[in-house]
Ligand binder design. Structure first.
Ligand code: AQP
Length: 331
């Protein structure tokens, strides 16, 4: 038996709205799966949520809901940390230090900033430097692996780049983290515009399937998903983005290959295929809702408090090492 310490994973979610099927298939399912094999740290990234217009009262509700959904999915506070980013001030401090190493040209290339500002969000400094705070989140804990959806690939690249810049300048402190991205359903697309990703902040309610939606709502959303007029079920993201998205969703929910789904549903018409996708999603999400209703807000606060305390203790020696490396000596 190996005595090697477990590798560490870190990942975060923004408390910005109703958690959807894309978040689950792209990331959270892996959060649950990886808890045994890795030393797992999961964070409700509330400082990130402040980078777009928000209501302070609603932020607290959203933080509790986000943590409750994660607990309902199977994130286990006995095996993993689950806390809020704002409970550990070192996230913001390390972001400042990394920011001093971040060329503006790197941030100018970030597609999330461009997408959010072109969707009407104000272009504040926090939104612009979001990838630096995300790098700090990951590097603060010296994480080796980051389970995320495909939309975060560019931010993980930036994290790796900043870790290398820091190590080259100040000494070998940070491991270079790897993304952990699923092979199917890594980027679940909007049901109303299958060329855009499914997103919590999408104002079009019909574009998403929420993890806590009732089965009848889920069926309705999937049945009304935008597709095309050629009624053959096949995978072609250019010509048939809507059907390809539904194939990815069904493969993600059933564990079947896209090829086997195409063989079964290829000529059967879109109606029968959409019904099958809807039933697969309903079945996959049924336990989440049941788990969610049995957890109280008090339970959630207790988990956040205790994980937050442990996280603060954990980062102290790491940040002391960073301070020492960059010349911020303690007196
Ligand atoms: N559509 C998606 N398909 C697959 N994975 C996705 N993720 C997000 N959208 C999809 C993954 O979910 C995790 C948590 O995401 P987040 O809360 O950090 O925010 P996000 O990536 O910005 O997700 P949203 O839903 O689009 O939120 P808003 O609208 O607030 O920006 C991440 O690992 C992400 O990759």
């Amino acid at each position: 038996m190996s005595n090697d310490p477990k590798q560490r994973i870190f990942s975060g979610m923004q408390p910005t709205g109703s958690i959807h099927l894309g978040n689950y298939l792209g990331a959270f399912r892996n959060w649950v799966k990886l808890q045994d094999e890795y030393d797992a740290i999961y964070c409700i990234v509330d400082l990130h949520a402040m980078t777009i217009d928000y209501d302070p009262v609603d932020l607290e509700r959203a933080r509790i809901e986000a943590a409750k959904v994660l607990l309902a999915l199977g994130v286990d506070p006995d095996r993993s940390l689950l806390y809020a980013q704002s409970q550990v001030p070192e996230h913001a401090e390390l972001a400042w230090i990394l920011g001093t190493l971040t060329p503006m040209g790197v941030l100018n290339r970030m597609t999330q900033f461009k997408d959010k500002t072109s969707a009407g969000h104000a272009s504040n400094l926090g939104l612009y430097s979001y990838p630096v705070l995300m790098a700090a989140d990951i590097l603060l804990y010296r994480a080796n692996l980051v389970p995320v959806g495909d939309d975060q690939r560019q931010h993980i690249e930036t994290t790796r780049d900043l870790a290398e810049r820091f190590n080259n300048r100040f000494g070998d402190i940070f491991p270079i983290p790897e993304p952990y991205i699923p092979t199917t359903s890594a980027r679940v697309m909007s049901l109303t515009d299958p060329t855009a990703k499914m997103s919590k902040s999408d104002p079009q309610i019909r574009a998403t399937v929420g993890l806590l939606d009732d089965p009848d709502i889920i069926r309705k959303r999937i049945r009304s998903a935008v597709t095309d007029s050629d009624p053959v079920v096949r995978y072609d993201t250019e010509a048939k983005p809507g059907i390809s998205n539904l194939l990815e969703i069904m493969a993600g929910c059933t564990g079947r290959t896209i090829d086997s789904l195409v063989v079964e549903y290829g000529d059967g018409g879109y109606g029968a295929f959409k019904d099958a996708v809807a039933e697969a999603v309903v079945e996959e999400l049924a336990p989440v809702k049941a788990g969610y209703t049995s957890i109280t807000n008090g339970d959630v606060r207790a988990v956040l408090r205790s994980s937050g305390d442990r996280a603060r203790e954990m980062v102290k020696p790491y940040q002391a090492e960073v301070h020492n490396a960059v010349g911020l000596k303690a007196y």
